[in-house]
Design a protein around this ligand. Structure first.
Ligand SMILES: [Zn+2]
Length: 297
């Protein structure tokens, strides 16, 4: 049931009983304070008091709390899920946020002041003043080598990342290359190893020296971390086993014909053949429109 309808049924006067952007002002202030700390120490995971949201934890509550604590009435919001503006998660988050704030929604990256996303960063680079909020399931990059929270905190504090390097080395010994598809760990500001959330390797270079601000929110794990603008972000690698992004070979997008975007693989129902399309749907549609109008880059 929609929130507005439910409030009406309860005979609650919405004008005085629920705050702009759903979360109470005290909670927003706390989240903003923790966000400022995260910006001041790039890549460091700051604990915060994660609130209950009207969706289950693990469905983007960390990202939503960041967005709701930062959003103002003049903001223009874009929400994407796996690169798409129209998938279930994105559509529902958009519906909820617009219901509790009344802000303008957009699908265009350039138009948006605040972008919330899961599993992808838009192909178009962020510009100055923009904020991109990522929903994070597991904020701890060292969890694959160490189950204890206390121990991972010590490892971060002492910059003791030897076990992470060993893990990568073992990967190379077993598979002849580093077999990490998404959540490829990065070094932020030459200090902390950070989990960039489950984005493909393709998106990692976008984090480096970006003009915009990246914020990461993990609701279930109660952590916020950030990459401020113009921060040095390196995907971890060995001198002889360098980091590389996904290679799609000769594949092109079946809609816009693009060769330099992250592609999703599908099977064509009619021909049974493998086809590809851009994962970033807004970028794809924009390119298609430009082609129709005869735009030559
Ligand atoms: Zn395309």
């Amino acid at each position: 049931m929609k929130l507005g309808k439910w409030l009406q049924q309860q005979d609650i006067d919405t004008s005085c009983h629920y705050t702009f952007a759903f979360i109470d002002e005290g909670a927003k202030r706390e989240i903003r304070r923790k966000t400022l700390k995260a910006i001041a120490i790039p890549g460091y995971q700051v604990p915060f008091g994660s609130r209950d949201m009207p969706i289950a934890r693990g469905w983007g509550t960390g990202g939503i709390q960041l967005t709701l604590s930062l959003i103002g009435p003049d903001e223009i919001l874009k929400v994407i899920d796996q690169g798409s503006d129209d998938s279930v998660n994105a559509v529902n988050i958009k519906a909820f946020i617009s219901q509790v704030t009344g802000v303008r929604l957009t699908t265009k990256v350039q138009e948006a002041t605040l972008i919330q996303t899961r599993h992808r960063i838009p192909e178009e680079p962020l510009r100055k003043g923009q904020i991109l909020v990522l929903q994070v399931p597991i904020p701890e990059p060292l969890r694959i080598v160490e189950p204890s929270e206390r121990e991972t905190r010590r490892m971060h504090a002492e910059a003791d990342y030897s076990r992470m390097w060993l893990h990568l080395y073992e990967n190379i010994v077993a598979y002849k290359e580093i077999m990490i598809g998404s959540r490829y760990p990065v070094f932020v500001n030459d200090r902390y190893i950070m989990d960039p959330s489950p984005i493909p390797r393709w998106d990692n270079p976008q984090l480096h020296m970006s003009e915009g601000l990246y914020l990461f929110g993990a609701g279930r794990e109660k952590r916020i971390y950030a990459i401020p603008p113009y921060t040095d972000v390196k995907s971890i690698e060995f001198r002889d086993y360098v980091f590389r992004v996904e290679d799609f070979g000769e594949a092109t997008c079946c809609r816009c014909g693009s060769k330099n975007t992250f592609l999703n693989e599908m099977i064509d129902d009619r021909s049974g053949k493998r086809i590809y399309s851009c994962s970033d749907t807004a970028y794809c549609s924009n390119l298609l429109d430009q082609k129709r109008e005869g735009y030559k880059p």
